[in-house]
Design a protein. Structure first.
Ligand SMILES: [Zn+2]
Length: 107
């Protein structure tokens, strides 16, 4: 069997002030591992996608995005849940540039 890991391309945004590369704010386009690594993101996933986060296969889906995982969730992640997660991730406070604190441009 050939297992080809799904790669999520690195999503970064350049600070307009100091040109430091910063990770993009979390969204449904973020790898689950990126979302899971933050307290706020983890809380959102646990609240809406407990069927997924409690699944033993969740760990192997960590490098995928919610969008990629949804069709494989056997209906556990409905469009409604997906939209809710997208909305809540979008409402999280946006971090500024890690170097100079400048507000980062939207992707
Ligand atoms: Zn900066």
């Amino acid at each position: 069997m050939c297992f080809r890991p799904v790669t999520v391309k690195k999503r970064e945004v350049k600070c307009v002030k100091c040109e430091q590369m910063n990770p993009l704010p979390l969204s449904v386009e973020s790898a689950l591992s990126e979302i899971w690594a933050t307290e706020n993101g983890k809380a959102i996933l646990e609240k809406h996608c407990s069927a997924m986060t409690n699944d033993p296969r969740f760990k192997s889906a960590m490098n995928m995005t919610l969008k990629q995982v949804r069709p494989m969730s056997q209906g556990k992640i409905t469009q409604e849940i997906y939209d809710l997660v997208a909305k809540e991730l979008d409402q999280l406070p946006k971090a500024g540039c890690k170097n100079c604190g400048e507000v980062l441009p939207a992707a």
